[in-house]
Design a protein around this ligand. Structure first.
Ligand SMILES: Nc1cc(-c2ccc3cc[nH]c3c2)n[nH]1
Length: 239
């Protein structure tokens, strides 16, 4: 997989080259390019924004700059992803879909966003997703790209040390993950649940499933209704 990011703050994407993601790059599991949008400007001020038609606060990013940048960075098999508070919610299912893509390009807006014609023009040549990572407003798209890239790259074969980690994710079965514990057995008078030390893996698996169900019902009841038909067995329904 190749990932490219276009931004006016390329240094904001430095964390992509650290830790797990950095190791995935070093091992050739992914290629990452970060591009400074201002490299496509021509004026002495390297302007990337202008006042909004119709008035209103802030500035809008210029199509004449974004257009050529995306023309150069996007290819034949690119999916363009544009973070925006007005986008479709980013989900684990989308992360899995993106993990199958050959080439992802992330367009990071700033100010009040990117002129809509940039997205509409790109959509004439490639799949384009306007995506939100949550119902809150950031100052630009870069933090959203870091979040999405981490969620996607960790799913690529060979990236995570223990394959089970991705398979046993929260949301992998539509439920939230239950609690985790490690040594010591008792810490500040708080003990690890006995079942986890029982060695009875059938019981442990059942307990973990019950914890996941209870946590999901309590914290994200709407996810229960989204489970695929037949996901809950009669024991689950008794939880
Ligand atoms: N989920 C979410 C995305 C954003 C976002 C994305 C791009 C820009 C550009 C300027 N402000 C932005 C905010 N906020 N929250």
């Amino acid at each position: 997989m190749r990932l490219d990011v276009v931004t006016i703050f390329p240094e904001y994407l430095d964390p992509l080259r650290a830790a797990l993601l950095g190791r995935a790059i070093d091992r050739g599991l992914i290629e990452v390019g970060v591009h400074d949008l201002r490299d496509w400007t021509h004026d002495v001020h390297r302007a990337v924004d202008d006042a909004p038609y119709g008035g209103g606060p802030g500035m809008v990013m210029k199509p004449q700059i974004w257009g050529p940048a995306l023309d150069d960075v996007c290819g034949e098999n690119t999916r363009l992803v544009v973070p925006t508070p007005a986008g479709r919610p980013f989900t684990q299912a989308m992360a899995h879909q993106y993990a199958t893509e050959e080439h992802l390009v992330f367009a990071c807006g700033r100010y009040e966003g990117i002129d809509q014609r940039v997205i509409d023009d790109a959509a004439r040549r490639m799949p384009v997703d306007e995506v939100s990572i949550g119902d809150y407003v950031l100052v630009g798209g870069e933090a959203a790209v870091l979040v999405m890239v981490e969620a996607v790259v960790r799913l690529l074969p060979g990236v995570l040390g223990n394959a089970r980690s991705a398979e046993e994710d929260s949301f992998s079965d539509g439920l939230l993950e239950g609690p985790s514990y490690t040594r010591p057995e008792v810490w500040r008078d708080l003990a690890v649940p006995d079942v986890l030390r029982s060695g009875n893996h059938a019981l442990i698996d059942r307990w973990r499933r019950d914890q996941a169900l209870e946590r999901t019902v309590r914290r994200r009841p709407e996810l229960i209704g989204q489970l695929p038909e037949g996901s809950l067995d009669k024991h689950d329904l008794a939880v």
